[in-house]
Design a protein around this ligand. Structure first.
Ligand SMILES: *[C@@H]1O[C@H](CO)[C@@H](O)[C@H](O)[C@H]1NC(C)=O
Ligand SMILES: *[C@@H]1O[C@H](CO)[C@@H](O)[C@H](O)[C@H]1NC(C)=O
Ligand SMILES: *[C@@H]1O[C@H](CO)[C@@H](O)[C@H](O)[C@H]1NC(C)=O
Ligand SMILES: *[C@@H]1O[C@H](CO)[C@@H](O)[C@H](O)[C@H]1NC(C)=O
Ligand SMILES: *[C@@H]1O[C@H](CO)[C@@H](O)[C@H](O)[C@H]1NC(C)=O
Ligand SMILES: *[C@@H]1O[C@H](CO)[C@@H](O)[C@H](O)[C@H]1NC(C)=O
Ligand SMILES: *[C@@H]1O[C@H](CO)[C@@H](O)[C@H](O)[C@H]1NC(C)=O
Ligand SMILES: *[C@@H]1O[C@H](CO)[C@@H](O)[C@H](O)[C@H]1NC(C)=O
Ligand SMILES: *[C@@H]1O[C@H](CO)[C@@H](O)[C@H](O)[C@H]1NC(C)=O
Ligand SMILES: CC(=O)N[C@H]1CO[C@H](CO)[C@@H](O)[C@@H]1O
Length: 476
């Protein structure tokens, strides 16, 4: 087409938006309103804690590059922007433990901790952070599963127990909160010395559970007791790292802890609220003005590479497409993390399965995440209003407006029927890109139909289709 003036372009766009429902098809209509802005998008992410970073490091070079690109590259992969590293509490480092930087007990709670350098580059999490950052990750979240055993009521990093010094504890060895805060600060400083900024730090993981591996229990009051020490310690060290809490094993378990922190008057010391999806799935939003992330969730089914096997099957790609979408649309999350990105564990705990040192297998869950990754949704975007009318009631939609003016609209068809979906309310000219994922497609790019101003696309049953409009109004 010949060069057009911007006035004509604008007029055409206005015509397009006025004409959407012109009766060209009677399928469902997705209405987007970019003026109605909701939460800010921080990203999607994963963890390689418990030495899965080492498993990636052990791969041969082509497989290693493949894994890193799949997870973090927005051109070759899905463009995750958040990495959750494990902050170790173990005395040693056999597979799959995370060794502490203060592995041996000092003389007393008032003595200097016995720091050692980051063990084995923090199980190659330093290397992984560099690799991730070089591909576009902009947020490192360091999270501890427990304090070191000698700081706890039960003298071990395992089997729950509490941090000595918080409400309800009375340890003969004294109050270890300041020591734990000092250790966390030293860990962040070790990363900063290597040029890696830790944006958020968490001191708990699933504090509602007592497990055989590293775990430390805490209710909201007890979390607040530690936050009151950690917050000024971070400030005194001149660190900008903000506190994340509490990685509860489920959404509601975490809500209880957040409420406890709020009642203690310490919510303003938090930078981020973090919850997992296991014990209770993400539901109603938390009552907080802080950013909220779902920071760990996965299936434990055996390895499943498929997109759809049956309704709500925990490890299917389509199930996770719905979980991520609803995380943003219903639970008002700013970020959504899976558990492991890549692991050699033969269950469905990861998005990529590593078999020995040379084979990498991709699950369909990875491609479900891709539609919500930085290929299409950029850090700092706003989720905006999107709704669907017509159809069989089995379509679910979300929309994001990027700060550069580009927009992404995700349409999940949970039904069996193929639907022709018309898009309304999004300014465009030229072509609108479509991206399709289902059993037969992994991010297959196409062009939306554009008939007399009505932009539409065919969305087969059990599929996820994104409309993507570049900042200049063009598709890709
Ligand atoms: C955690 O569970 C173990 C094993 O069931 C038990 O021995 C221990 O007392 C529990 N710890 C706490 C703090 O409840
Ligand atoms: C060590 O524990 C004692 C007893 O609880 C406490 O008074 C003291 O402040 C603690 N030391 C530090 C450095 O927190
Ligand atoms: C939400 O928190 C505010 C205080 O920040 C409080 O005034 C309000 O009652 C809470 N709402 C609910 C539904 O708990
Ligand atoms: C993951 O789930 C699928 C579907 O149930 C199953 O066939 C597969 O065996 C599971 N993965 C592993 C490693 O067992
Ligand atoms: C995964 O890799 C680690 C590190 O090489 C190894 O110790 C472990 O046995 C592997 N696990 C499986 C299931 O292959
Ligand atoms: C891992 O690779 C071996 C061959 O190296 C193969 O026999 C085995 O089936 C693979 N395992 C999985 C779970 O894919
Ligand atoms: C790795 O390869 C060995 C031998 O080829 C095989 O016995 C083993 O099952 C493989 N590991 C996995 C996780 O499949
Ligand atoms: C789609 O959204 C509706 C309304 O929020 C919800 O009831 C339904 O469960 C969602 N579908 C799926 C498959 O999650
Ligand atoms: C889709 O088809 C399957 C298999 O034929 C059936 O079990 C299921 O109920 C159908 N789902 C809907 C929403 O119609
Ligand atoms: C070894 C040890 O001290 N175990 C303790 C862990 O914590 C629980 C409850 O706080 C105690 O009952 C155990 O004795």
């Amino acid at each position: 087409m010949a060069v057009r003036s911007t006035t004509i372009v604008a007029a055409l766009a206005a015509l397009a938006e006025a004409n959407w429902g012109g009766g060209y098809n009677s399928g469902p209509v997705v209405s987007v309103n970019t003026q109605q802005k909701y939460q800010v998008y921080d990203g999607i992410g994963v963890s390689e804690a418990f030495q899965r970073s080492l498993v990636i490091h052990e791969l041969d070079t082509p497989s290693q590059t493949k894994v890193l690109d799949y997870l973090f590259s927005k051109t070759k992969g899905i463009g995750m922007t958040i990495l959750r590293n494990g902050l170790g509490s173990s005395p040693d480092q056999p597979f799959d433990l995370m060794k502490s930087i203060a592995p041996t007990a000092p003389r007393s709670n008032s003595s200097q901790l016995n720091f050692i350098p980051l063990p084995r580059e923090d199980q190659y999490q330093v290397w992984l952070s560099y690799q991730a950052i070089s591909r576009g990750v902009d947020t490192i979240y360091a999270d501890a599963w427990s304090a070191d055993g000698y700081m706890k009521t039960n003298n071990t990093e395992n089997y729950g127990g509490y941090l000595c010094g918080v409400t309800g504890t009375n340890c003969a060895s004294g109050d270890w909160r300041q020591s734990y805060a000092n250790k966390i600060v030293k860990y962040i400083q070790d990363y900063e010395a290597l040029g890696i900024k830790v944006k958020y730090v968490g001191f708990l993981n699933e504090p509602d559970l007592n497990t055989t591996y590293a775990s430390m229990q805490s209710d909201g009051r007890q979390a607040a007791d530690f936050i009151e020490v950690l917050y000024p310690t971070l400030k005194r060290a001149g660190l900008q790292t903000q506190i994340a809490c509490c990685d509860g094993s489920g959404w509601e378990q975490n809500r209880e802890r957040l409420t406890g922190i709020q009642q203690a008057g310490d919510e303003d010391k938090l930078g981020l609220v973090t919850a997992h999806g296991y014990s209770s799935k993400p539901g109603a939003p938390f009552n907080t003005s802080k950013h909220v992330w779902q920071t760990e969730w996965s299936s434990f089914d055996p390895i499943n590479y498929k997109w759809y096997t049956k309704e709500n099957y925990q490890s299917d790609g389509l199930t996770w497409a719905n979980y991520v979408q609803q995380g943003f649309s219903r639970s008002n999350m700013n970020g959504f993390l899976y558990w492991w990105g890549a692991a050699n564990t033969t269950d469905n705990q990861s998005l990529l399965f590593i078999n020995n040192t040379s084979e990498v297998k991709v699950t369909k869950r990875l491609w479900a995440f891709a539609h919500f990754g930085s290929r299409f949704v950029r850090v700092g975007a706003n989720r905006v209003s999107a709704s669907v009318a017509g159809g069989d009631g089995l379509l679910n939609v979300t929309a994001f407006a990027n700060t550069d003016g580009s927009r992404a609209v995700q349409v999940i068809n949970n039904g069996n029927n193929t639907e022709t979906v018309t898009l309304q309310g999004v300014q465009y000219h030229g072509k609108v890109t479509t991206v399709l994922t289902n059993e037969a497609n992994d991010l297959t790019y196409g062009v939306a139909r554009n008939q007399r101003g009505a932009v539409s696309a065919v969305v087969p049953g059990k599929s996820l289709l994104s409309f993507y409009i570049e900042s200049n109004g063009h598709g890709w």
